[in-house]
Design a protein around this ligand. Structure first.
Ligand SMILES: NC(=O)CCC(=O)C(=O)O
Length: 273
């Protein structure tokens, strides 16, 4: 399976971000990739005030364009995240995934809102304008099941374990870490989740901006063994990698961590489907 991760610049103008996505897809079309991923809030500069302004319902203009692009290039498209507004006017940080025909096959609303206050560092409160989703997301593809969560969600190890328990061999994480927690936690978190769950994890970030929310960048792909297959720096661009899905079973067979859990003593309890 061949995957491309796009680390894009976030422009103020929503439409321009989607046009840029289209240009990237055109540029890499001869690479014959199966799955393309983009970062968190990639059509909306990451700021709580912007979320209600940029929000669209599921099936809105941006959604239609993602679907069209997935079908045009016959790829699986994990179209990062965008702000979504529901019928009651609540706003979510939502990730959509489309199959090669442009059909939506996955949708995840960020469950753990990024509300942090690091003294002398960064204060961010997504819950000022966003509501939290409440579902763990796993979807089917011709390459098996994949899990999907958004940035801060990935800090909560139970969620990844739940996705893996539901059969995910790859976890997609559109993200935008910051300049304080990025250098401290980004690599170690992705490597830990991959290692513990013996699956591929893909963290796809926005590129670093010079103003506003400054994203760490460092889009990366980690193997089920926990090693970083490739990691970008902070700049705009993309990486393309081939991954061997049989390797997931090989690692799980040779180092039987998942099979070795003592579920007679402890267990992850699912309270909601
Ligand atoms: N967009 C986010 O959820 C940011 C998460 C983050 O930076 C972290 O440290 O966690």
């Amino acid at each position: 399976m061949r995957i491309a991760q796009l680390q894009t610049h976030t422009y103020q103008e929503k439409k321009k971000n989607i046009e840029e996505l289209g240009k990237y897809l055109e540029r890499i079309q001869n690479e014959k990739v199966d799955l393309v991923t983009v970062g968190e809030m990639f059509t909306c500069p990451y700021n709580t005030r912007n979320f209600p302004v940029y929000a669209e319902p599921e099936g809105g203009e941006s959604w239609k364009e993602f679907s069209r692009l997935a079908a045009k290039y016959q790829i699986y498209l994990s179209a990062g995240t965008i702000p979504e507004v529901d019928e009651e006017g609540r706003i979510y940080n939502t990730a959509y995934v489309f199959d090669r025909s442009g059909k939506q096959i996955g949708k995840h609303r960020k469950m753990h809102l990024f509300d942090i206050n690091i003294e002398g560092g960064l204060r961010f409160k997504e819950s000022d304008t966003l509501s939290a989703g409440d579902e763990c997301t796993v979807f089917d593809t011709e390459f098996g099941k994949m899990g999907l969560c958004i940035c801060f969600d990935f800090r909560f190890p139970e969620l990844s374990r739940l996705m893996v328990q539901r059969g995910a061999g790859i976890i997609l994480v559109p993200a935008a870490f910051n300049m304080i927690t990025g250098p401290a936690h980004w690599d170690i978190m992705f490597q830990s989740r991959a290692l513990d769950n013996q699956c591929y994890v893909m963290g796809t970030s926005a590129a670093r901006e010079s103003s506003g929310y400054i994203a760490w960048g460092h889009t990366l792909l980690v193997s089920p063994w926990g090693n970083i297959i490739q990691e970008m720096d902070e700049k705009e661009g993309y990486i393309i990698n081939d991954i061997d899905l049989d390797y997931i079973d090989k690692v799980r067979r040779e180092l039987p961590l998942l099979a070795g859990r003592r579920e007679d003593i402890y267990r992850l309890q699912e309270l909601k489907n």
